[in-house]
Design a protein around this ligand. Structure first.
Ligand code: HEM
Length: 433
């Protein structure tokens, strides 16, 4: 009975979505943003380009979002205090709370009301970010280099006897997960479990085709992760140690400390932000190089170009395609009126391909100078883990080129994941030699 109800509801959602796409097409001279279409999943960039050339801020009725795809506005909105990340303040929160209560998700509700820095505005954001940053200095991250290199080799050693392997399973997925787990002092045996939790968690974030089952999986994973960190942090309170969680427990700034809920939020954020994104950067970057064989060959013989190539990978195929901001108050912006709480999709991928930011933006060029991208965000919420992600990716490419200089892509057209926020591959089959 319940299954039939869900089927009917999904059918009606799809009908409503198609109707809204039709309406958008009708009001935009035949153009619409259709995040479900295979054309969009394969190449979202041409859609962003059309949106950018049509309007400074493009309203899409099927996503109920105002999309910003040009670099100037994206950067301005990411640093402008008139735009907020804190969805608790706006009418959208009422719906979310109601939904979580109906679903019996008290733990998630509590976390929604005590979010991580990603969802906090100043002054709480500035206060907590300062404390979190203590565990994330460039000096400390750089000191992890040899450990990271060792981990990369251990991951690749496991493919030793195989002439072909899945690069995502073998390296891109485990590497950032192992590194963040080690940084946080989490037990090795928990690795597979929390990797699975954080994968499941994303099924509800930007999942283009999230089904009821996927949503349940995502929410179960969220609750398990909160319980997991709750246990670890409480166990460690009296004996913090000197890993990242220990540093978080001890971090103090002018008498201020993180409370237990702030610590859960931070750990959860770091775990998810810390590896899903880097996994995608390694996969997207390698795939793009395979699509440009002359640059692949040039790079494998010129390791000093790898840092610049990584910036170009970040610009060209960013792992995080979009983030959200809300109008703090009723306002006029870019010549248009917006109501308090209006939601904007800040298109990182769109901004990176803005021709006013980068010349010939649709060309991939590892030697490009003055690369302008917002793939790690911009302004007060700029990514805390950027240095770590860059080091992991640099060492991953150096080691792959060293060990498999003649590697080839087996499936030339692997499928992009169906997620319009996190873009990347679930699998990338490589012939090693
Ligand atoms: C290629 C890898 C990565 C990408 C593309 C990436 C991307 C981003 C972006 C776009 C934001 C800003 C979101 C917004 O303004 O709404 C962000 C924030 C953040 N990232 Fe990353 N990230 C990566 C890796 C990491 C790693 C390795 C960590 C930590 C281990 C991390 C931790 C964070 C945290 C804590 C924030 C929130 C900062 C704040 O709100 O003040 N990220 N990241």
């Amino acid at each position: 009975m319940k299954n039939n109800f869900i089927k009917i509801r999904n059918y009606l959602y799809l009908k409503a979505f198609k109707f809204l796409i039709g309406f958008e097409r009708f009001s935009n001279n035949g153009f619409a943003l259709n995040i479900l279409s295979t054309d969009f999943i394969d190449d979202p960039y041409s859609t962003y380009s059309s949106m950018r050339s049509k309007k400074k801020i493009y309203y899409s009725s099927s996503t109920f979002l105002h999309w910003v795809t040009n670099m100037e506005y994206v950067q301005d909105m990411l640093r402008n205090k008139d735009f907020s990340v804190d969805d608790r303040k706006y009418s959208i929160a009422k719906r979310r709370r109601k939904e979580l209560i109906k679903d019996g998700r008290e733990i998630m509700l509590d976390q929604f009301d005590n979010p991580s820095i990603l969802k906090l505005d100043p002054p709480d954001h500035s206060r907590i970010r300062k404390l979190v940053s203590y565990g994330f200095t460039n000096r400390y991250i750089s000191s992890l280099e040899s450990e990271i290199k060792k981990t990369i080799n251990e991951c690749l050693d496991k493919t030793h006897d195989e002439s072909s392997f899945d690069l995502i399973d073998a390296l891109a997925k485990p590497l950032p997960a192992i590194v963040i787990a080690k940084m946080m002092g989490l037990p090795n045996e928990d690795l597979n479990q929390f990797q699975k939790w954080s994968e499941d968690l994303l099924l509800e974030v930007g999942g283009i085709t999230s089904s009821e089952i996927q949503r349940k999986k995502a929410r179960d994973a969220y609750e398990e992760l909160i319980r997991y960190f709750e246990r670890i942090i409480l166990e460690r309170k009296d004996n913090p140690g000197d890993d990242f969680i220990g540093k978080l427990i001890q971090a103090e700034e002018e008498g201020d400390k993180l409370n237990v809920k702030e610590m859960f939020g931070t750990c959860l954020l770091l775990l998810v932000a810390g590896h899903e994104t880097t996994t995608r950067l390694i996969g997207n970057g390698l795939f793009t190089l395979f699509k440009h064989p002359e640059q692949f060959n040039h790079l494998k013989n010129n390791f000093d170009l790898i840092p610049n190539a990584i910036e170009e990978m970040l610009r060209f195929e960013p792992p995080v395609h979009a983030t959200v901001r809300f109008a703090h108050d009723d306002m006029i912006y870019a010549g248009k009126k917006f109501k308090r709480g209006t939601a904007f999709a800040i298109s990182i991928a769109g901004a990176n391909r803005d021709p006013l930011a980068n010349k010939n933006p649709n060309e991939f060029d590892i030697t490009r100078e003055n690369i302008k991208h917002v793939s790690f965000g911009y302004g007060p919420h700029m990514c805390i883990g950027a240095h770590l992600a860059r080091i992991e990716t640099k060492l991953a490419f150096e080691t792959m080129f060293d060990r498999f200089p003649d590697m080839k892509l087996i499936d030339k057209n692997p499928e992009w994941g169906k997620n319009f926020i996190f873009r990347g591959f679930d699998h990338l089959e490589i012939k090693a030699n």
